[in-house]
Design a protein around this ligand. Structure first.
Ligand code: UDP
Ligand code: MG
Length: 166
């Protein structure tokens, strides 16, 4: 087992449906550590960066609106989970991307739906591999937001204490 870290987003549908507690309870089954957490409003720029790999999909614009909260609440909860096999354990509890195909005992199987426009409102995002996790965690969090040292940092400005991703 390899210790790694993963970015989790409780998406706007999860917040709108008051599923934060349910989702965190399910994730606690992994016995992983939460090492960063925040509530954030997603700008168009952040949404497009987060889903940059989906930009050629026909549903890209709808996906951006969905993650920005245009259809629910304009917020997401972002967390970093860390521990043995974190990426794999979290993805297993999330279930398949398509909520209708996801095992019914997974988070997406329990709480997700497909909209009439065909977007999978699947409540939760979780990184799929170590490269994706690194890119996403660095996109969503600054080094000082995370209570463990997971990636190299550099001091942003010698006159300030701030750190930035190296
Ligand atoms: N998505 C969708 N329709 C699809 C594929 C993906 O609406 O056919 C949405 C869905 O919300 C998904 C997100 O786009 O969570 C990102 O897609 P990805 O393939 O990365 O799935 P994930 O890693 O979230 O399981
Ligand atoms: Mg993905």
């Amino acid at each position: 087992m390899k210790t790694n870290q993963t970015l989790i987003l409780i998406k706007p549908d999860g917040l709108k449906k008051s599923l934060t507690g349910n989702v965190l309870t399910r994730l606690s089954e992994t016995k992983l550590d939460i090492v960063a957490a925040k509530i954030a409003q997603v700008s168009k720029g952040l949404a497009e960066k987060h889903y940059s790999h989906m930009k050629d999909k026909p549903f890209f614009n709808e996906l951006i609106k969905y993650i920005m909260g245009d259809y629910h609440k304009k917020k997401v909860m972002a967390l970093v989970y860390w521990g043995p096999d974190a990426i794999k354990k979290v993805r297993e509890i999330c279930g398949s991307t398509n909520p209708e195909e996801a095992d019914t005992v997974t988070i997406r199987g329990q709480y997700g739906r497909i909209t009439t426009k065909g977007v999978y409102e699947n409540v939760i995002h979780a990184s799929t591999n170590e490269e994706e996790a690194e890119r996403e965690i660095k996109l969503w969090f600054e080094p000082n937001d995370i209570i463990v040292d997971i990636y190299p940092t550099k001091t942003a400005d010698i006159n300030k204490k701030g750190k930035t991703w190296a």
